[in-house]
Design a protein around this ligand. Sequence first.
Ligand code: ADP
Length: 170
Amino acid sequence: MSPPFIEAFLGDITELPVDAVVNAANSRLAGGGGVDGAIHRAAGVTELRAACATLGGCDPGDAKATPGFALPAPWIIHTVGPVWSGGHKGEPEILASCYRRCLAVADELGARSIAFPAISTGVYGYPPHLAAELAVATVSTAPSDIELVRLVAFDTETHALYLRFLRGGP
Ligand code: ADP
C-alpha cells in the first residue's frame, strides 16, 4: 500500500479512461445538474437512473458504486458532499469522508485508478481553495491500493489550486 500518484487534470471527467469516476451526487441519488448531470448523460440516463434507484440513497460523506454503463470508466462511485454553510457544521469532516469512502469503495471494486471532480464546489458552495487543499491532503494520506488519482478541475482556477497544493504550496 504505497501512496498513489496524484495528478491535476483540466477537463471533462466523463471522458476519462480510469477504473472509477466519482460523481458528486445528491443524497437521493436522483441525478441533477453539474457533474452529476454530465455523468448521467454520458453514462446513459435510463440505465444509470435505474441502477441508482436500487441503492437506497446515500448519506453525506458516504459513497456507493454503480456500473459506468456507456462511460469509458467501468465504475461510477457516487458520493454526497456537504452543503457549505460557513464551515462550522462539519463540512470539512464530511468532505474528507467523501474522498476516503470513495477510495475504500474503489478498493473493494479492485480499481487501481480513480478520477474525482471538485466535490461540493459547485452548487453546494464549498470554497474552492479550501476544498482543493482538503482533497490533496486527504487523498495523499488515505490508505488504499489505488495507484493513480486524478483530481479533475472543470475550470482553470480550480486546476491552478490543485497544482499549487500538489506542489506543497500554501
Ligand atoms: P456539488 O453539488 O457537489 O457542488 P457540482 O456538480 O455543482 O457539485 O460541482 C462540482 C464540481 O464539478 C464543480 O467544480 C464543477 O465545475 C465541476 N464539473 C461540472 N461538470 C463537470 C464535468 N463534466 N467534469 C468535471 N467536473 C465538472
